[in-house]
Design a protein around this ligand. Structure first.
Ligand code: DON
Length: 570
């Protein structure tokens, strides 16, 4: 069923309220998923959802729809949708019984160095790694999407780019979320003439809800790519504009870096959880390994019996999360540069050893937890969307420019924002990145290396069939958000919309706090505190756009934590 009424209602609703950063789900939110039989698209922007759904309706497959959605998001949601960043795409084909991972994460420029963000006192300068031209990694999005289309799609790059070009050229009506997002980041965006020109009116005033937002430079860039192909971005005029931008402002990315960039097809990380097969992103993401490792630890506890978001369930989850994030700090990095003990970290035996250290009654203080030793077991504002088609393909894609609006820097003349992904490297061992994540040697900056990510596009299969397509933005919280939707469905039997809506929790080892969203009951919080947890309620976490397939029906669950999210099926 195409949910036209919901779409119309959602749009009207958007015009009056934006709850994208609300801590709780509003009363009266959707609790039933959107249903479909032939295709389902769930993205964080209704314009991307409808562009992609159109592709499926015309007979395109999920990969065609995914690439179309990604380009449409680059125009309609510039805070995270992008061509100046990078990401990961998981594709599952039931027909071939294969799941592949496309790694189009940014790479450090060839002239990057381990000490590039350290000041004269040897301290990490987060201003440089987040808000300067040095913050940008070599973008991978255009190459990654084109590779996905070429290998697994059926439509041309021109066809996939057409809706995005139209949206950029003709513009679209500004929503409250769009307008508020720019107001919130005004300082960052106004600092650069090229960004000011795009995101503010000529007199410096704001685009308000109801205004039309046109992006001429971005339209021209997308049109050039459409006519000349991927090479245009990496070797053509766009490459020149990007290299000029870098030269003018002391950035590192050269034409050589752009020419040398290539995406990779990788083997996803996989594991089993209560009879389901989990596939998720491999390094340079840490996500997949921990999306398998944490359930491995939890599998030994009767989670369903303890109940959804009960104090006991949350306690076990938080304890398992701490071990995983401690290991992340030590072992995870780009596998092209460091050996990641994948098998050890995801082995059931290692998980058992970690589980045995969990006291059911007492929280283990983080300062007594160190990265463990998985090696002996060796033998053995980001945005996510999920799409399925009638041919048995599922696509789970997360891509990003890191912060909302990345570094805030638009490439002069090219109309797109640059990522600030270099901040995801460990600027100095032990110094946390913007998400409080600690890294070490494995994630140090090296030329042409990919920075560690938490993005975890995930596909869960049951008996060889795609069952759950999911993934989220949210920095360090991506892994735990993804984990909870998996558990909400498998352990607690929630429908996909309720699984997405349910209040979430998060622990990342350091800082030693159990972060919760609004909606966890007061007595649960009290019981967790009694077990020794420092419970802290903060703003909402993630925006997990998910699809569940059951008995031949597709169910879409869009995350109400983003007011523009939309699931549509047919
Ligand atoms: O790759 C990563 O893990 C981060 N750069 C993702 C950033 C993110 O999710 C921001 N979104 N809310």
């Amino acid at each position: 069923m195409k949910c036209k009424t919901f779409f119309a209602f959602a749009f009207l609703f958007l015009c009056v309220i934006d709850f994208s950063s609300a801590t709780a789900i509003l009363e009266g939110e959707r609790t039933n998923p959107i249903e479909g039989k032939n295709g389902m698209v769930v993205t964080s922007h209704f314009l991307a959802t409808s562009s992609a759904l159109e592709v499926l309706k015309k007979g395109g497959n999920a990969i065609d729809a995914a690439v179309t959605a990604a380009f449409a998001l680059a125009v309609s949601q510039p805070r995270s949708g992008n061509i100046g960043g990078g990401g990961f795409m998981l594709i599952s084909s039931e027909k071939n019984q294969k799941v592949v991972a496309i790694d189009y994460r940014e790479k450090a420029p060839g002239n990057a160095s381990t000490e590039m963000f350290l000041n004269e006192n040897g301290e990490a300068d987060s201003n440089l790694s987040r808000y300067s031209h040095l913050a940008a990694g070599v973008p991978g999005t255009v190459a990654g999407l084109a590779l996905a289309l070429e290998r697994y799609g059926t439509i041309s790059l021109q066809e996939a780019l057409a809706p995005a070009i139209r949206l950029a050229e003709e513009g679209f009506i500004v929503t409250p979320r769009f307008s508020n997002g720019i107001k919130k980041r005004e300082e960052r965006l106004k600092k650069w003439k090229s960004s000011r020109k795009i995101f503010f009116k000529a007199d410096g005033s704001y685009y308000e809800p109801g205004d039309r937002f046109i992006q001429k430079d971005l339209a021209a860039t997308l049109r050039r790519i459409s006519i000349k192909g991927v090479k245009e971005f990496y070797e053509g005029k766009t490459a020149q504009l990007l290299a000029d931008e870098m030269k003018k402002h002391g950035g590192l990315i050269t034409k050589e870096d752009l020419k040398n960039y290539s995406p990779d097809i990788r083997e996803p990380v996989s594991g089993k959880y209560r009879g389901y097969d989990i596939y998720s992103m491999s390094p340079p993401s840490s996500g997949g390994i921990h999306v398998v490792q944490i359930p491995n630890i939890l599998e030994g506890f009767p989670i369903a019996t303890h109940g959804h978001n009960s104090a006991q369930t949350i306690h076990f989850m938080a304890e398992a999360m701490k071990f995983a994030y401690a290991d992340r700090s030590e072992y995870l990095g780009d596998e092209d540069f460091v050996k990641v003990p994948r098998k050890g970290l995801t082995s059931k035996t290692y998980a058992t050893a970690l589980r045995e250290r969990i006291d059911p009654q007492k929280a283990t203080p983080s300062n007594t937890i160190a990265p463990n030793n998985p090696i002996p077991y060796e033998s053995e504002e980001t945005t996510h969307f999920s799409i399925v088609d009638r041919f048995g393909n599922g696509v789970s894609n997360t891509y990003t420019i890191n912060f909302s609006y990345g570094s805030g820097i638009v490439v002069e003349g090219a109309g797109f924002l640059l990522n600030n992904e270099m901040d995801d490297f460990s600027a100095k061992p032990g110094v946390p990145n913007a998400y409080g994540l600690i890294g070490g040697e494995a994630n140090k900056i090296e030329p042409n290396k990919r920075m560690l990510s938490s993005m975890s596009p995930t596909i869960v299969k049951k008996d060889g069939k795609n069952f759950l397509i999911t993934g989220s933005p949210g920095g360090s919280r991506i892994i735990t958000t993804t984990l909870q939707v998996i558990m909400n469905v498998i352990d607690h039997g929630l429908n996909i919309q309720s699984a997405v809506n349910a209040p979430r929790i998060h622990h990342q080892w350091l800082p030693d706090e159990l972060r919760i969203e609004e909606g966890i009951s007061p007595d649960t919080k009290k019981m967790l505190a009694e077990k020794g947890h420092t419970v802290v309620q903060k703003s909402s976490m993630g925006a997990i756009q998910s699809i569940m397939i059951k008995d031949g029906k597709m169910y879409g669950g869009a995350d109400p934590r983003r007011s523009t999210s939309l699931a549509e099926g047919f």
